[in-house]
Design a protein around this ligand. Structure first.
Ligand code: KIV
Length: 279
């Protein structure tokens, strides 16, 4: 499989081929996911919850995302790397927005940035696109607005909410974003939007009418148990595998079964004998 780019991702929609995206926050996981052939790796601000143990994504900083983006970009060869812009890093003014996104591209080696919101942030999106920074949008349940929504709630269920998401999706397409993440919206609405716009929609809790899917890797591997949204499918129970492995390690260290000879280094007998004579 060749290198994924924003243009190759957009082409997948034209060819009616589904797009795959997973989150990644570190070198080793990025390498595994990349080798498995995932199209895009998202250094999501979900790292605040699944890696740093925060209650939501609001405390994540640009430096956090930059640090993890550098690690992911070292691990991935073919995936398109998208770095999330954290809360308040694209809300103040366009100068700050471009500077912050620029750091993720220039220092973090991300290929694109993702930011949440529609009409409210469209001036920032326009400025980023003009600065030659590819932008992925994010509509529906935008976790950085958790305090405005009053929790992690499904969006676009009534006519007003649904219309806003459709209008925002069209606006973002018009302003040049290359894809839009649709999070926790009714699947029929997501399908309608996916038909209405020419750029790919990447769904999370938005059904299979989207052009692609994204999941938080720790959720789909069964590693994060604090909170599992309805839309997550657990493909593995890694938490159990890790717990079992660690229990076996503890047992083997305690009873002297580990390490064995094959895990150790040898020394010549004459050297050890001479050492014995040193008082
Ligand atoms: O931060 C993140 O991981 C995300 C995905 C849930 C789309 O934004």
């Amino acid at each position: 499989m060749g290198k994924n780019t924003v243009t190759s991702i957009m082409k997948l929609k034209k060819e009616n081929k589904k797009i795959t995206m997973l989150t990644a926050y570190d070198y080793s996981t990025a390498k595994l996911l990349d080798n498995a052939g995932v199209n895009c790796l998202l250094v999501g601000d979900s790292l605040g919850m699944v890696m740093l143990g925060y209650e939501n994504t609001l405390q994540v900083t640009l430096d956090d995302i930059l640090h993890h983006t550098k690690a992911v970009s070292r691990g991935a060869k073919n995936a398109l790397i998208i770095a999330d812009m954290p809360f308040l890093t694209y809300h103040l003014d366009t100068y700050e927005t471009i500077k912050n996104a620029g750091k993720l591209i220039q220092n973090g080696n991300a290929h694109a940035v993702k930011l949440e919101g529609g009409k409210e942030v469209v001036d920032k999106i326009e400025a980023l696109v003009k600065a030659q920074i590819p932008v992925c949008g994010h509509l529906g349940l935008t976790p950085q607005s958790v305090n405005v929504f009053g929790g992690f709630k499904v969006q676009g269920k009534d006519i007003k909410g649904a219309k806003k998401i459709i209008e925002d999706a069209k606006l973002l397409e018009q302003k040049g974003v290359f894809a839009i993440v649709l999070e926790a919206v009714p699947y029929k609405l997501a399908k309608l939007i996916s038909k209405e716009i020419s750029i790919p929609t990447i769904g999370i809790g938005a059904g299979n009418g989207c052009d692609g899917q994204v999941l938080v890797t720790q959720d789909m591997l069964g590693m994060y148990s604090d909170f599992t949204p309805k839309f997550v499918k657990k493909y593995k129970n890694i938490a159990k595998d890790i717990t079992d492995a660690v229990k076996t390690y503890i047992k083997e260290v305690k009873n002297g079964e580990f390490p064995r000879k094959e895990h150790t280094f040898s020394i010549k007998e004459e050297v050890i004998n001479e050492l014995k004579d040193i008082k």
